[in-house]
Design a protein. Sequence first.
Length: 655
Amino acid sequence: MESNIDINRKYFFIQLDLQPVESLRLFDHMQIAQQSGPVQEWLTKDLLKVLDNDHLLFVFDKVIYNVPKEYNQKQALLKLFDIKEKTEDIPVYKSSDIQDYLCEIDKKDSGCYFLIADKDKRKHGFDKIKELGFDFFHKSENLDTKNRTDVFLVFKNEVYPCSNLIQNKRDGNFSSNTAIKDLLSALCIPESKAIPQYKLKDVLKQQDKDIESVGEYALCSIPVHRRTDKVCMAAARSHHLNIEDIPIYMLTDERIDRLLEMHNTHIYDLPYEKINEDTCLRAVKNDSNFFSVLTEELRTEKVCMAAYNKAREETDDPAYIDSIVSRTKHPSACLQLLKQYKETNDFRYILFAMPAEAFNQHLALEAVKIHSYAIEFIPDNFKSEDLCQKAFAADTNNLQSIPDRYKSKEMCQKAIDESQLNIESQDILRAIPYPDIILNAINNEFKDVPSTELVKWIPKEVMNDEIVTELIKRDPSVLPDIPCHLRTEAICLEVIQGAKSVNPFYHIPQPSMSLRACYRLTTKFPQALGLILPEDKRTAEICLRAIKQDDSLKKYVPQSILKDKYMNIYNFNQMVEKKIDNKLSFDQIKDLYNGKEVSIEYTDSQVKQGEKVNISYNYETNCLDFRFINKSEQLSQLIKQNVSSKKSMEKGTKL
């Protein structure tokens, strides 16, 4: 890269591929200026934001110009500078490549130079030089530090006082004595190297100006020897990108701590080689929030432990503490935390928040040894049969956290027996995968517990017809909580038999709404005709039975029944009611419709009131036939009716 870039050329193109702030920092680093005029717009951050990545800038004599896109205009720009070279022959450097190139130069700069104090004020030299914030002031027996000196060698922000140096009048360089030669050799600095010289008073004076001038892209434009502690810190406070231009030898542990105190995210601007476990430990011990910005590889076991302990000092907020644990993926660190906080609520919080990567078989076993309820938080793949047996032996309530594959019927029954000591003992049912054990429990141990409570705890996947039937018999209102595939016709008939309102029947599945169920339902709750029954289940007989109980339900009778070309039982009833004044019951209409005689009290001007008469329907003449009966026949019919009613009560009636 270095051989391909020559920013000391008189002119060249820059291809803009950096962000606006980085671009402006680069221009300062290159110590080039911008040119503005009638046709040249100043390169502000806002303008740089809208420029394409392939946009070109032109540098001529350390001045930068915006380049038009049209080829002819580019050529016109070159003619202004009397450049005869073709546009395509002028070097084009990417701004990112120039930035990398300059950064490499800065890194190679050892910061080696001489500081010269005023000779008449040399006694103040030792005091004044400390104002520049050097990291080390060397005092060696090999150097004549007893005498006042006005020359100091600075190397990587360390100061070495020098004496007995003779300045060469021809080139201004110092002639080294033996002690200085030994020092340069120890620092691996060639004796022939021309070491720069700066006046101490000038550097001190410039330091104040540099502190005032640093901005979001200023530090890179300041010479390395002027990037003192105060200047670097001021630049870092101004903009985090300036941290990239702090000489690497300046990034001591103490100075890094100060940078991180400004803001945790400054760690991303530090050189990778300066970020290590010790750096992170110092940071999280100062502020646990720093832990959240660390990359996974920097969250070592010690750093995780330190972050959690610091978080516990800072707050009691479980959500914040859990966020620390969720980023801790070291099993050993998590186990240490569990042991350290085993007597507090933190034990539960730590287990709950631990990421899956942090678990292993050893941690799971140790956690259960500390507190058996820890099995609740252990991932299923780490729950061995032996581990589950240990947890169950310690507390039968842990059955709820044991996988079904390890549960025996004996364990389940034992858990039920011991659960009777608890107030809400029925919650143990959710841990039992055996239907027969559950059915036995609800008929014995939990016989006094309402179905509405039991149905909450019985696993839906374990319920079967026997369990559901038992629950429905106790309380039909639990039908909505029954799995849909178990709401069979038989279950629905049970609900109809015990229901006290129509509400549960809104949850009957269509396949279970058989004609038999619909008949039973409308017999008990006629209003179900319009509220619940699907239209294809509203038969003529079901509709007639419903409206015989509630005449207002006529509006729910389907048109297919009303307009039936055949004489169905519903239309037959309508016809009969038009012919006689008496309102016949459903059973009377059904008998009459099936060709039987029906005995009624008939009222007419020619017949005594209350006279008994048998009627039947003649399908050939399409009219009713009346047959008056004498007293003996009435008595005989009454006896037959009583006998028939008695037999029906003995046998029961079915549809």
